[in-house]
Design a protein around this ligand. Structure first.
Ligand code: P6P
Length: 324
């Protein structure tokens, strides 16, 4: 297979689907890829330098901030603003969005979780960066309606997975494409073109430690899988890792709401919407706990949480049948 870098791939997709593109999107993706290379380098060395452990601070989510979280967040904010392609950004690690002055702003808005799965940092389990990109709705600059958008309005979404290899998976609405970082040349090279999720799988993924806190329908739905020997349970507790396995092998992931997290734990804007965009592009489905399509949900606020169910059509249908 000829070696195609992610920037070459983005250029080819733009040439094919958005010939009128101004190059801003490519600039944004270039700086996003550079951010991930910088984060990947630090994640790989995390055990070697005094970057482990928390800063003692607490983020908007009430979670202890890990030094690597803070570093990843700083890199993403700096590079996104430097790209000249955005007019506003939101980070899962920051309470408020950041707006770029009009004279140096671009036409895009990006939301990102700079380092999701941070509770796994100190035990060397795969973690990831999730991103979600929208275009401004009117004219060339941000307005109030631009922030709380339905996931169906995303122009691109994806993630970086810092695992045994560092991977990038993204979609601009024309299929899902995955790249693997070749450290010897410092490039993400196309390794999985046109990824699609199997129509059915043999893995299901959930934190069964929360089972007693779920509502009866979610318990009934999960018992379909708990009691079926054809399914194996896999749960990393790092969303990007659990998502990537589900995308490649098929099956189901569910993080239901519970009597502690009544709206669910996972974030709609920073986690569920970008991953739902990808799973639908790959031929799968993604819903919330009320059977609403994730991409149809308009967030009430930037840090809104949601129950999150996604995966192969067969397993999602099995799970949702318990709610009928
Ligand atoms: P629990 C990690 O903190 C995270 O936000 C996601 O990456 C992951 O899917 C989820 O929380 C794990 O939550 O309650 O199972 O530890």
């Amino acid at each position: 297979m000829s070696e195609i870098s992610v920037i070459e791939h983005i250029h080819s997709m733009q040439h094919r689907w958005s010939p009128q593109a101004t190059g801003q999107f490519t600039s944004l993706m270039h700086d996003l890829v550079l951010s991930a290379k910088i984060i990947s380098r630090s994640v790989a060395k995390a055990g070697l330098v005094d970057i482990l452990g928390g800063t003692g601070d607490v983020n908007i989510q009430g979670e202890a901030v890990q030094k690597l979280d803070e570093f990843a967040n700083d890199v993403m904010i700096y590079r996104m603003i430097k790209s000249g392609a955005i007019c506003a950004l939101g980070s899962e690690e920051a309470e408020d969005p950041i707006f770029v002055p009009k004279e140096t702003a671009g036409n895009y808005i990006i939301f990102f979780d700079p380092l999701d799965g941070s509770s796994n940092i100190d035990v060397n389990v795969s973690i990831g960066t999730i991103f979600s990109i929208y275009r401004v709705t009117e004219g060339e600059y941000f307005n109030q309606d631009d922030l709380l958008r339905r996931g169906s309005e995303q122009v691109a979404a994806g993630y970086f997975l810092y695992g045994p290899s560092t991977m990038m998976v993204y979609s601009t609405g024309h299929g899902v494409h995955a790249f693997t970082l070749d450290p010897s040349v410092g490039e993400f090279l196309l390794s999985h073109p046109d990824l699609t999720i199997p129509d059915a799988g043999k893995y299901y993924s959930a934190n069964l430690g929360n089972y007693s806190k779920w509502n009866d329908n979610d318990k009934k739905a999960m018992d379909i899988f708990n009691n079926d020997d054809n399914y194996s349970l896999r749960y990393v507790g790092s969303l990007v890792a659990d998502f990537h396995r589900t995308l490649i092998y098929g099956g189901l992931f569910a993080y239901p709401a519970d009597n502690k997290n009544k709206d669910g734990k996972l974030r709609l804007v920073y986690e569920a919407a970008p991953l739902a965009f990808l799973i639908e592009q790959a031929g799968g489905q993604a819903f919330d706990g009320d059977g609403m399509r994730i991409l149809d949900k308009a967030p009430k606020h930037l840090h809104a949480r949601t129950a999150f169910l996604f995966g192969s059509k067969a397993e999602v249908a099995k799970y949702r049948a318990a709610f009928k």
